[in-house]
Design a protein around this ligand. Structure first.
Ligand code: GLP
Length: 248
């Protein structure tokens, strides 16, 4: 696992965008795994800039998103579909037929989850998966206690995650309590992982992820076992790390 500490959120975002852009240039039909949340927003902004100013071409890229709330239609402002189109897809030349975000309104969720797993495999697997991290150590919506071998499925959101997400909804009661999420095992099958974190609120989760024992209590700790995982954090998120990660 490569740990890279940057000065601030902007530098984290630029570093992450560099990795994505170099993959897209090297392999124009690559399979990219995207995430929501505030953390990847800076990277998406930089990818949009690279597309607009340097012609970075996404026309052949295939994308899979990590997760989606159950019960929110794609048109809902807080759905992850909406988030991805507003913050990235509508600004680049991705082919809408190549975009996959879990369907929170699927009639048969179990069948949908199986289909999602098969589709990822059919596309050759995810080449590079971006990950944020919840303050409780969750990745995607794999909350503490998630099986480290889990596949795409429906999950109940923890109280902390619902509270963290409440800021995006007008009314606390509107916050969805279920989500469809790629499993920890699904994420681990991506050829490469890139986990980003910024801010002091993530410092405990980053310490557990980078230096703690691997355990289901902090699903993000599983990245320690991935052959090609990079963790890019700013100095605030890195503030509780004990190791010396300078020199990169
Ligand atoms: C949600 C998403 C995660 C994301 C997390 C952290 O729970 N499902 O994929 O990593 O939020 O979000 P933020 O980056 O806003 O801290």
């Amino acid at each position: 696992m490569l740990v890279v500490v940057k000065d601030n959120f902007e530098e984290v975002s630029i570093e992450a965008a560099k990795l994505f852009a170099s993959l897209v240039r090297r392999k124009p039909d690559c399979v990219l795994g995207f995430a929501t949340g505030s953390t990847p927003l800076g990277m998406y902004k930089e990818l949009i800039r690279l597309h607009k100013e340097e012609g970075l071409d996404f026309s052949k890229v295939i994308t899979f998103n990590l997760d989606e709330y159950v019960g929110l239609p794609p048109s809902h402002e807080q759905s992850y579909h909406h988030f991805m189109w507003e913050n990235l897809f509508k600004h680049i030349n991705v082919d809408p037929r190549h975009v996959h975000v879990p369907m929170g309104m699927a009639e048969n969720i179990d069948e949908f989850c199986l289909w999602y797993e098969e589709k990822i495999e059919e596309c050759g697997g995810i080449d590079l998966q971006i990950l944020g991290i919840g303050a409780n150590g969750h990745i995607a919506f794999n909350e503490p206690g998630s099986s480290l071998g889990s596949r795409t499925r429906i999950k109940t959101l923890s109280t902390q995650t619902c509270e963290d997400n409440a800021r995006f909804f007008e009314n606390k009661d509107e916050v969805p309590t279920y989500a469809i999420t790629m499993g920890v095992g699904t994420i681990m099958q991506a050829h490469e992982l890139l986990l980003l974190a910024s801010g002091a609120a993530k410092a405990d989760a980053i310490r557990a992820t980078v230096e703690g024992p691997v355990m289901a209590k902090y699903p993000a700790t599983i990245v320690q076992l991935h052959e090609f995982a990079t963790v890019v954090v700013d100095t605030d998120a890195a503030s509780k790390l004990e190791g010396d990660y300078s020199g990169f």
